[in-house]
Every structure is written in structure tokens, then in C-alpha cells.
Design a protein around this ligand. Sequence first.
Ligand SMILES: Cc1ncc(COP(=O)(O)O)c(C=O)c1O
Length: 382
Amino acid sequence: MSEKDVIRIPSAGPSITQAEIDLVSQAIKDGWGPKMSYYIDEFTEEFSNYIGYKYCLPTSHCTDAIHLAMLTLNLKPDDEVIVPDMTWVASAAPVIYVGAKPVLVDVDSNSWCITAKEIEKSITKKTKAVVVVDLLGNMPEWDEIIKICKKNDLFIIEDASEGIGARYKGKLAGTFGDISLFSFNATKLIMSGQGGMLCTNNQELYKSAKLMSHHGMDKPQDGKGKYYWSDVLGYNYGWTNIQAALALAQLRRINELLDYKKWLFNKYREGLASVPNLKLSPSTPNVDHTYWITTAILKDYGIKKEDFKVMLDKYNIDMRPLFYPLSDMPPFKNYVKGNMRETNPVTYDLSDFGICLPNGNNLSNENVEYICHHFKKALGVS
Ligand SMILES: Cc1ncc(COP(=O)(O)O)c(C=O)c1O
């Protein structure tokens, strides 16, 4: 494939088959009136069976689900929630929405995830919860994290948005939190354009989140009671049948999509094998990584992620930089003290040189070969 023939290779993209088209078309035709929540209910039930949590609440975005999770904790202004510094902004922003303080801690240089040691170091009398992120398809050392959280009576919010399908000691991502959260935005392993899910085995938490997800309104039982009555101030975080139909078709293909991600990672590993000292997504002993996004660290080449992105743009490849440390960005500056590059060195190091390879679920063999060829060309390796 020559550079001229290439249509821009996007950083992410879904795999859409006839199954998605059929189910979404069906939902457009009949997902109204008596079936106004049919596909939402179907998806919720199948997702609950997949994850094995009793209560699942679909939301418009995972960010909303994280917000609801924070609201259910009834945090006070001085309360602290520990969050890894290396994650997508939505893992931490809802802590601030509810007026509490995010405490941003470093990640492990092997897994790139939060560790029990970092959590323990940061616990104060005000710590109420920890957001544990299954980053980029990998997972942390969960046994140690659970032990430290139990010992200190800390609530675990598992942000499994990027980890769906991964396993720690055989147990699925999203089954470790008191509340676990998922995202189905367009970049995710299974997607509905936008969408999220809050899962828990705690009925009270579920009921509270559900009430707030729809303006604090509960439907009258058996037609008796008040319609459109807000018991508490809430939000409008529901989603649509059409999104749910898309997510349902994708969920039914999850094993195929997981196999695809492994294929893609292995293609990148083979295609870039001749690049000396290139670090790709880490694998840790107890985890079955999904490689949701294959990531490369360019530190040994001294090339900053922003510069590499521009180099690959020339070849019509959209290569996205790894996240910035949350502690480096303006909304979080009021919550950090001192030199965070010294406090969280692993996060800053990964962020400076981390680059995400195109990770669409629809890349062809030819696309991957083209990407690897130009990746090597940009590094001056043949
Ligand atoms: C780790 C993590 N948490 C939360 C989110 C938020 O998901 P959403 O876009 O559905 O709000 C994302 C999405 O990119 C994510 O990667």
C-alpha cells in the first residue's frame, strides 16, 4: 500500500457487521411505545449475566456512571478519593463534581496501574474511597489492593472502562469493585457510540444511583402513585434503545472482538520486532491483558509523543499520545502540592514518551503492515 493510496488510518474505529445493522434497524422500527425500553432491558440483562453482578444501570456515558457512584458515597468537602495519576480524566473529574478531593497517586512501572503500596502511602483519616482503573486493557495486582482497602475500610470503585474482557487470576475486569463502571463510547472494545454502565451487588447503592439517574423520579408501581415526581434532585443519565441495540449486538460478539485485539497486538509485536528496545504494552503475570490499545514507549529514542504524532500524521496515520498526568492539567492543580514529576515519576515518564498505536477493531493486515513500516521509518529503523 503506498502513502498516496492510504485513506487516513484513524486512531480507533468499530467493527460493524450485519448483526449490528439488523438489531439497530429493528430498534429504530419497533423500539417505541410498549417497547420503549426493550433493548435497554435486554442489554442490561445480558451484560449483568456476562459480568455476574446483580444490579446493572445503563447510563449515557461512563462519566455519568462515575458521577453517580461518587454521589452514592455522600462525600463531604474534605473527604478524599485516591485515583491513579495515569488515567483518562473521567476517572477523577467526578470526585471534584461532588465537592471532594482527588488524591493523585503514581502507577506501577510494570502494569501501569495503581498499586496497594501507593494507596497505603496516601491513606489519611479523610480517605473514603479508591478509584482503581484497569488501564488500557491491563489490570493491577487486585489481591493486594483488596487487602489494603478492606483493612482501611475503603470503598472500591473499579473503573473497568478500558479493561472489559480482561482477567486477573481468571476473574473478569469489573468484578472487583463495590461499584464497577464500564464505557461503551466509540473507542471501546464493545461500543454504542456513547454509553456507560454502573454495576454493583449492593441493592441500596443501585437504587440510589438509579433514582438519581432519572431526575430523582421513581416510576409508580402498578400504575399507582405519582408520575413525574422528584424525590431527590437528580440528573438525566439514561440512554436510548438504539444505543442499547448496538451495544447488545456488540456484546454478543465480545469473544470475537477480544480475539481480534490479541491478533492486532501480535501483529504489532511481530511488525515492530526489529525495533531495538521498543517497549510495547506491558504484560503482568496474573493478568490476561486484552490489549484494548497497543501502546509503545519511545523513551529510548528520546522522541516526545507529540513530535512522533506529527511525524506519523505525514503518512496519514492518526497515532494518539498516551494520557497526560492528571496532576499536570489545570483542573487538578488545586489538588496537588510540590513537584508532581518527583512524586509520581512513573506516570510522568510513561506520559512523556507513550504513544497509542491505531487500535480500531476494523484494521486490516495491510493497514497494520503499513503502520509498522512507517513507524519504523519515522524511528530510522529498517
Ligand atoms: C478509564 C476511563 N474511564 C472513564 C471513561 C469515560 O467514559 P465515557 O466516555 O463513556 O464517559 C473512559 C473513556 O474513555 C476511560 O477510558
